[in-house]
Design a protein around this ligand. Structure first.
Ligand SMILES: *Cc1c(COP(=O)(O)O)cnc(C)c1O
Length: 479
């Protein structure tokens, strides 16, 4: 399988190259040249596979430059009950991403947050850790991963890369802006290859530094700077797997359809659902949900994509969705405009200049219907009410991001065909967001046994002013 850019750069790169590359040279995002079609016979053969084997079958369609035996072993080492050990129902722990029915056969929660950092980002990031190690070992190279996080990405990346001899991680976070638990998760890591840098500013300041360093081609080459943010195709590929897994868990045979409801920020998670559907997975509907930062909900309602400025971005109680410019969205628009790179390049010229675009007078709406997309939105008071309602109706504590999705899912359950189950993707565990849970329920979420006491561990973090040269100097001295 070869890869090319949404903006037309025909590099025809292999998977292992784009894994280390991040963005395409023309500023676009990498996509596979074609989407593999999965036929009924193959679906039938996959239905009862354990998660790691299913991951191998799906990833081997996209990764053709790693020998099958090696890829199989990477998947087997990634998706173990030992790594994804935080399932809240005992029997399910071996299934990596268990489905919990809230209303039998109608409404389910697909638990994707059983990994080391209690957020769905582990599902892909753990695989990336093994892929990076494998490819760097083969090539005799090393990499310095530079990233910015507002909470979940940073810890998922650090837990995936910790202790890997050819990888160092430099993770920028906004000083004092993350939850106590999130801070403890990152800053308590004692591994020598992990460097936490807290910049005295906002998340966007951290993000700008990462961009500035990545745009310095000479520095980037000299210090082997790499990225693991959500535009990395490998993360999308890994996420496709749980849509198939969820489908098999929720249906009785492959004639049935399913719907998914996905809390969305950077459009990475739900884009993987779109790819799964394009591959032939019988998905009746993909429901996208935003919080108060509703750029994407607006697009799906009106056809107008208008990224907001940082000053217009709300700080909310579902912080991992506080995004006003969804980086993965470009991949979806590529499909929406009929896979034409020139059109995408034209539209993103507007976006990169701080503008907007309007697809409402194009075949947009018929394509959206064809792709099965609908959208909805949720606010702080919706989140609190939903957390309460789910707790009292089903006896389950959900996190604020999952609550956003659940609020909109309820609006759709009634109008779905009777035999189409709706799965809400659970993207984090409540334990990560104790403050909001307390506000909603008046009591604390349960912390998994192995993470209790995390907040009391010694922390290691370098506090720095948001200055590009200072950060470069820090990396140069340690990378
Ligand atoms: C990252 C994240 C999201 C948003 O996922 P995208 O792929 O950016 O759309 C939602 N919920 C949680 C808990 C997250 O960490």
């Amino acid at each position: 399988m070869k890869y090319f850019s949404t903006r037309g750069h025909a590099a025809r790169s292999e998977f292992c190259d784009i894994l280390l590359d991040g963005l395409a040279p023309d500023g676009g995002l990498y996509l596979p040249e074609s989407v593999p079609s999965i036929h009924r016979a193959e679906l039938d053969a996959w239905r009862h596979l354990p998660y790691a084997d299913l991951a191998f079958e799906i990833l081997s369609k996209f990764i053709t430059d790693i020998p099958a035996d090696d890829l199989r072993s990477i998947c087997a080492r990634t998706y173990t009950a030992d790594v994804f050990r935080h399932a809240r129902t005992g029997d399910d722990s071996a299934r990596i991403a268990p489905l919990r029915w809230l209303e039998a056969g109608k409404l389910g929660l697909l638990a994707l947050s059983n990994g080391p950092t209690l957020a769905f980002k582990d599902m892909a990031m753990q695989l990336l850790g093994h892929l990076f190690e494998y490819v760097l070992e083969k090539r005799g190279e090393t990499i310095n991963i530079l990233g910015a996080t507002s909470g979940d990405t940073g810890s998922a990346a650090e837990y995936a890369m910790r202790g890997k001899s050819r990888v160092k991680v430099f993770m920028l976070s906004p000083h004092g802006k993350m939850s106590t638990f999130q801070r403890a998760q990152m800053y308590s890591l004692a591994d020598e290859n992990i460097f936490n840098i807290a910049v005295t500013g906002m998340f966007d300041d951290a993000q700008d530094i990462v961009k500035a360093v990545s745009n310095d081609a000479a520095f980037k080459a000299r210090h082997c700077i790499g990225a693991v943010n959500s535009i990395n195709w490998a993360r999308v590929a890994a996420q496709i797997v749980y849509y198939f897994h969820g489908y098999f868990a929720a249906t009785s045979d492959n004639a049935q359809q399913v719907a998914f409801c996905v809390p969305t920020g950077n459009f990475g998670n739900i884009f993987a659902g779109h790819v799964a559907r394009s591959m032939g997975l019988p998905i009746e509907r993909l429901i996208l949900v935003t919080n108060e930062n509703d750029v994407l909900d607006e697009f799906f309602r009106t056809g107008v994509y208008r990224p907001r400025k940082t000053s217009e971005t709300h700080v909310t109680s579902s912080p991992s969705m506080d995004i006003s410019k969804a980086s993965n969205f470009e991949r979806f628009v590529f499909d929406l405009v009929g896979r034409d790179p020139a059109t995408v390049a034209g539209l993103w010229k507007e976006i990169d200049a701080g503008g907007a675009f309007d697809l409402s007078r194009t075949p947009f709406s018929s394509r959206l219907a064809e792709f099965g997309f609908v959208s909805g939105k949720s606010t702080h008071s919706d989140r609190l009410a939903t957390i309460r309602e789910v707790d009292s109706r089903y006896g389950v504590m959900i996190d604020p991001h999952t609550a956003d999705a659940m609020k909109v899912a309820w609006q759709h359950v009634a109008d779905l065909p009777a035999d189409v189950p709706l799965l809400v993707l659970e993207t984090a565990q409540a334990a990560k967001f104790a403050e909001t849970l307390r506000e909603a329920l008046g009591r604390d979420p349960e912390i998994p046994a192995d993470l209790q006491g995390l907040e009391a561990l010694p922390q290691r973090v370098e506090v720095m002013s948001p200055d590009v040269e200072t950060v470069k100097g820090f990396i140069a001295a340690r990378g």
